[in-house]
Design a protein around this ligand. Sequence first.
Ligand SMILES: C[S@@+](CC[C@H](N)C(=O)[O-])C[C@H]1O[C@@H](n2cnc3c(N)ncnc32)[C@H](O)[C@@H]1O
Length: 320
Amino acid sequence: MKEHLLNILRGMGISPHIVKGFSEVPREEFLAKRYSLSLVYEDVVLVSYDDGEEFSTSSQPSLMALFMEWVGVKEGMRVLEIGGGTGYNAAVMGKIVGKKGLVVSVEYSSEICEFAQENLNRLGIENVVMKCGDGYVGAPEFSPFDAVVVTVGVDEIPHTWFEQLRERGRVVAPINLISSGRQPAFLFEKRNDYLVGHFKLDTRFIKASGMLGNLVERNESKLKKNRSLEKVLPIPMVRARNFLELIHLLTRRLTIIDGRFYYVGDEGFACFEEDSMLIYGNLDELVALFQEWKGCGYRSFEELVLHVGYGTPSHIYCTT
Ligand SMILES: C[S@@+](CC[C@H](N)C(=O)[O-])C[C@H]1O[C@@H](n2cnc3c(N)ncnc32)[C@H](O)[C@@H]1O
């Protein structure tokens, strides 16, 4: 049964050391519900925990394998996983990083987190640490990490993970785009003050709870509509959605009030109309991003390279 799944991974070109990790972990041991073994080793999402209040899924193995491949999980690495669930993915990564490495997995629900810890204990997996709480804070006590693997849809990549990642370390994350409802996964690499990266594929993970799922509310609380109109920048109507998605990804400062999108700056705000952006106050970062985007032909995030700044302005680079 397991061989069927391993063959799927091999067929996708997944590296042998990652396939080996999957071969060493029994997925059925991480599922609170009973499934036939043939279903357990299908390449599908399975409900792993559901007690009527708390809910978790075991993600599609091939997608998890791709995430591991993209961030380059290998022996000796220190990996931070966000969205630990019942511990299966963390256990696979634990096998890959081996005794010299460490996996720290953060799970929001205390019930699910405890269930994951029991699963890991029962299987004698000692190099995976479950941390119960909001993944937003990461695990500074175990940093720096070589990689961050996010298995829940998050509104942003918070500064905490950036700080806990080593230089040239990588992060893979599905990001909930509030302007379109899409959940694209991105692969980023830390380079100085930036996460540099690009779109990989569209996903449909559970949306995060807590601080990883309330960016709109946090930004809304910071919005002060006390500035006068400075300028109006026209945006080609069919491309407006592209810009909103980019602004979310690059600045993490978007919110929505009564169906209208706002950029919430420190020294002003912008309000988005169908074909223009109304700028109130001083929004140098936003205006500079707009010019870069225009220079790249108003393209969508799929065709651009993103330099997401942490404590420094973000930039857009054209791929060609
Ligand atoms: C798709 S499941 C993860 C699957 C898991 N990696 C596995 O191998 O079974 C997503 C998990 O993210 C958890 N979650 C939701 N919000 C979170 C947050 N803010 N921090 C950490 N975990 C969170 C959910 O409780 C859920 O268990």
